[in-house]
Design a protein around this ligand. Structure first.
Ligand code: SF4
Length: 696
């Protein structure tokens, strides 16, 4: 059995996080719990990621893989729930698929999850397994309901357990012991899914199942042969793309293509005689002849083979050298033909534990969920929680976990910070980033630039970034503003290496600008950065000085530029000036808002319209990649009382173009945000003196 070294996993994961700036990451493989150093690896990674404020999930856990140590580490990350795979609804079915998972494992793992304050549990099951009866299908929902009851018995303080049962359909795969089995026909899968829904008629658990048509196609492709090549081509020519996604999957398209090429699927999906030639027989995966057949026969008799490569009688690997080194018991091997070097395998694992520093047993008593089954499993719910030091009061478990997570994280630690006002353009494809995507993108860019963002307190901290008035999706801007709190840094140290007592300094605004500009993607173009002292900053309080205005108060208007929709006549400066004058002469200009049908008087919101022509216009159209020509500039009020959208302004000016969505419309962009308008009623007079905070 080949395993990647834990050092290389740690290097790629931490390197990926540092280079990409992601705030969450995960470990995944076919069965994460079977990776021999999973617990010490998670321990090492979790502590590194906590310092960076990054959360981690571990996918594909087996029910027996949720040992106390692993869960204690995961409980200190920000993940809100856990997933594991009981695989089947009854013990008989679990033995058929040889997952070595028992009912006790499933129940004990659920207890361990709920007792650590998690209230979300997701369980993976399969239907359509060989020899399956309706009782086995209903057993899936019953298992989910049992776990729900366990959660209700453990969670306190008004927390309700949420159990999601996700059910996929079994698709026999080549080179596995079940390669000769029949797959359930599509109609039978749907019938069994109906059984599941009926069993969950009270809807106590959340039930999810896969599209039966996708399972059908998967089964045909998994065990089909070369006759499927033209079918795949036909489906593709008919427009199939990303067919693994239910929202775009079209079952009829596949059925039509199969019929077109006269492919009979029953032969692919039915039981194959064990003597039949199989389309993949010519591929040698290194297994001895007869090995898979032997396992197939055992599966049909419901006899599970303990996992190979592990100490006989153990389902999970030793998590420390103190246990692993003296254990000279033989590793299980069935001589499948792969010819593993078991001595080397054992030595490699010892090396991995040594590299990860996993020398000693965990401090507290811990029962291993073991294949032997008779080892007493520890009911953590009776100990008042799962982690050392956890408070005994079960009502406080969740908030206590939140507090531990927060305190263990580097970010949100209350370090001194400076507020930086950054002006940037959002052009090209970046104009199609929604607001939340922009927040995520900037947060990641700050991480990549190793600039420690201050975050809000609480269990789910958010970066402290404030933006100016929202920009519509698809509208480019040459003058966006945001205020960002960045913690003071220590020269020569990454943000996650800073320790208490280190001398921190406030980064100069020019350095923040330079480092951020180096990592921002195309389309986000930084123009300037300056330090501001907002109300509430410790220096403002200490020095009793007048704070700078926050963006919410500093901005009360927006400058837009509009390039009219073509109407067959040139829009030169003179014509645009006439349009501007005609608009300003009106007493009102009503536009109906598309979403709610609300009437907007755009004229009342506009304080200035003028024309940009010549070199200034050429610079702007060049920056926006628009055709050259004169532009209208419009100043629109943006206050709590409301504002007008760029398209509404263009419509009020009469330059938007035809209402037909296929017609060519005016081009609109934000030029900048404007601050300090004069008081109400004097808007027009005040505009001339208004300093432009961010303009082209
Ligand atoms: S059965 Fe033995 S040889 Fe085959 S993969 Fe397992 S440990 Fe290796």
């Amino acid at each position: 059995v080949r395993e990647r070294s834990s050092a290389s996993i740690a290097e790629s994961l931490l390197g990926g996080v540092d280079k990409a700036g992601y705030e969450e990451t995960g470990l995944t493989c076919l069965s994460t719990a079977d990776f021999s150093s999973i617990t010490p690896l998670v321990k090492q990674l979790a502590s590194e990621l906590r310092k960076r404020g990054v959360s981690m999930s571990v996918a594909s856990l087996r029910a027996y893989g949720l040992n106390e140590d692993l869960l204690d580490e995961l409980a200190l990350t920000r993940i809100s729930g856990l997933t594991f795979a009981p695989e089947a609804g009854t013990q008989r079915m679990r033995d058929v698929v040889n997952k070595n998972v028992t009912e006790e494992h499933v129940e004990e793992s659920s207890r361990r999850v709920f007792s650590r304050g998690w209230h979300r549990l997701k369980l993976y099951f399969m239907i359509g397994l060989p020899t399956e009866e309706d009782e086995d299908v209903r057993g899936i929902v019953e298992t989910g309901l049992r776990m729900l009851r366990i959660g209700r018995g453990i969670l306190r303080g008004g927390k309700r357990p949420e159990v999601t049962v996700s059910v996929s359909s079994h698709v026999p795969k080549p080179h596995t012991p079940l390669q000769w089995c029949a797959q359930d026909p599509e109609a039978e899968i749907r019938r069994k899914q109906g059984l599941l829904r009926t069993a969950n008629r009270e809807r106590d658990i959340r039930l999810k199942h896969h599209h039966s048509g996708i399972s059908f196609v998967e089964g045909v492709l998994a065990r089909g042969d070369r006759r499927l090549a033209p079918v795949i081509e036909s489906v593709w020519r008919a427009g199939a793309r990303f067919d693994g996604w239910e929202e775009v999957f079209d079952f009829e398209r596949w059925l039509a293509a199969l019929a077109e090429h006269g492919v009979e699927t029953a032969a692919y999906l039915g039981t194959r005689p064990i003597t039949a030639r199989l389309p993949w027989d010519h591929i040698d995966v290194g297994l001895e002849d007869g090995f898979l057949l032997g396992e197939y026969r055992k599966a049909l008799k419901g006899r599970a083979s303990p996992p190979c490569g592990k100490v006989a009688g153990m389902l999970i690997h030793h998590t420390n050298l103190a246990d692993a080194e003296p254990d000279r018991r033989k590793l299980v091997c069935y001589d499948c033909g792969v010819a593993c070097d078991l001595s080397k395998m054992r030595d490699d694992r010892l090396v991995a534990l040594r590299v990860l520093g996993a020398q000693d047993r965990p401090a507290r008593e811990q029962a291993v969920i073991d294949a032997a089954g008779d080892l007493a499993t520890l009911d953590v719910s009776e100990r008042g929680g799962g982690s050392p030091g956890e408070v005994a009061d079960p009502n406080k478990r969740d908030t206590e976990r939140a507090e531990r997570v927060r305190l263990l994280g580097y970010v949100g630690s209350g370090a001194p910070y400076g507020t930086y006002r950054i002006k940037f353009a959002k052009v090209g494809r970046a104009a199609f980033l929604g607001h939340l995507d922009l927040v995520r993108l900037l947060s990641r860019s700050f991480r990549r630039a190793d600039l420690p963002l201050a975050v809000t307190r609480g269990f789910t901290p958010h970066p402290r970034i404030t933006f100016g008035p929202a920009l519509g999706l698809g509208v480019p801007s040459l003058g966006e503003l945001c205020d960002v709190d960045i913690e003071h840094v220590v020269r020569g140290k990454h943000m996650w290496e800073i320790e208490e007592g280190d001398t921190r300094i406030e980064l100069p605004a020019s350095e923040v600008l330079e480092r951020l500009a180096a990592v921002c993607p195309p389309g986000i173009e930084l123009a300037s950065c300056e330090l501001v002292r907002l109300n509430g900053h410790p220096l403002v309080i200490a020095n009793k000085c007048k704070p700078d205005r926050g963006l919410g108060k500093a901005i009360d208007a927006i400058d837009l530029i509009v390039r009219p929709a073509p109407d067959g006549m040139p829009f030169d400066g003179t014509r645009l000036a006439r349009i501007a004058a005609a608009f300003l002469a009106r007493s009102s200009a009503i536009v109906v808002r598309e979403t709610r049908g609300k009437q907007i008087d755009v004229r009342a919101l506009v304080s200035m319209v003028d024309v940009i022509d010549g070199d200034a216009a050429a610079r702007l159209t060049g920056a926006l990649d628009w055709p050259e020509g004169a532009l209208l500039r419009v100043r629109v009020s943006a206050t709590a009382e409301g504002s007008a959208k760029p398209a509404e302004v263009a419509k009020a000016l009469g330059v938007w173009g035809a209402e037909d969505p296929r017609a060519e419309h005016a081009l609109v962009a934000r030029l900048g945000v404007v601050s300090e308008l004069a008081g109400r009623g004097q808007v027009a007079a005040g505009v001339a003196r208004v300093p432009v905070v961010a303009d082209a």
